[in-house]
Design a binder for this molecule. Structure first.
Ligand SMILES: C[S@@+](CC[C@H](N)C(=O)[O-])C[C@H]1O[C@@H](n2cnc3c(N)ncnc32)[C@H](O)[C@@H]1O
Length: 242
């Protein structure tokens, strides 16, 4: 067995831990990204479809993990239009196995491992971006880095959807229990919570606008944020997309 490797999330969240081949063979990666494999995979897919995703769009899945949502997106999108990025190499490797098992290799998904959200490595820009259960594991500085990179590669009328745990007010230092799901979140350690005001502030620092979308049925009470960079009149981002 190889020595476990670690990445820059060491001490911040559990995704510095690389799974072994044996663990992947037992499909433990599905639990490592939070379980509810079918439910949460389909939920994110249906959400993006309801917000206008079509097979012709290019989608970037930031923190794609082992493709819980990715499998559904890859199946739906035209060849080559799915892009996934994650910090954890073992999850990307497990995702490649999931692609093979789902018979989707012919869809030519683009996957890469990166610990700095370097979207430029894909050499393209995007209509849609999504992160499910990623900001929930990230401190604010890492979210700002992510948003600054997103800003550079989000098409003019593009939208980045990302989930987070919502705090009722800023600098909410007490633990918070969320329902449904019962998850307890924290101000300065994983899993993290943020107020709408804090999300708005870091979006604006990064050159983006933030909007909280409506209820989307997440079983653990994660809220869905929409980030856009098109504030000019004539933008084709529709109110119903946000
Ligand atoms: C709960 S999992 C969710 C994975 C996927 N979005 C899904 O819905 O199944 C969180 C993911 O975020 C990734 N992640 C955590 N910190 C990251 C970082 N700094 N950069 C990129 N990915 C990160 C983890 O490796 C993991 O795959």
């Amino acid at each position: 067995m190889n020595e476990p490797k670690e990445n820059s999330m060491k001490g911040i969240n559990s995704y510095s831990q690389e799974l072994t081949r044996e663990e992947m063979d037992k499909k433990l990666h599905r639990g490592f990204v939070g379980g509810m494999w079918e439910e949460l995979g389909l939920l994110q897919f249906e959400f993006l479809r309801s917000r206008g995703l079509t097979p012709q769009h290019k989608l970037l899945d930031i923190g794609c993990g082992c493709l819980r949502g990715g499998i559904h997106f890859i199946k739906y999108l035209e060849i080559g239009n799915y892009y996934g990025m994650d910090i954890n190499d073992s999850l990307i490797q497990a995702g490649k196995v999931e692609i093979q098992e789902a018979g989707l290799a012919n869809k030519l998904p683009n996957l890469l491992v990166d610990d700095q959200f370097r979207i430029e490595r894909f050499g393209t820009s995007f209509d849609f971006m999504v992160s499910v259960s990623v900001f929930t594991h990230l401190p604010m500085n890492s979210i700002i880095r992510c948003l600054c990179e997103v800003k550079k590669f989000l098409n003019k009328d593009g939208i980045y959807f990302s989930t987070f745990f919502q705090a009722p007010a800023s600098i909410w230092m007490k633990p918070l229990q969320h329902h449904p799901g019962g998850i307890i979140t924290n101000y300065d350690f994983d899993p993290f919570h943020y107020s709408v005001e804090e999300m708005t502030w870091i979006a604006n620092l990064s050159g983006l606008n933030f909007k909280l979308t409506g209820e989307w049925g997440h079983p653990r009470d994660q809220k869905m944020a929409a980030f856009i960079n098109c504030t000019e009149p004539g933008s084709s981002v529709q109110e119903k997309q946000l």
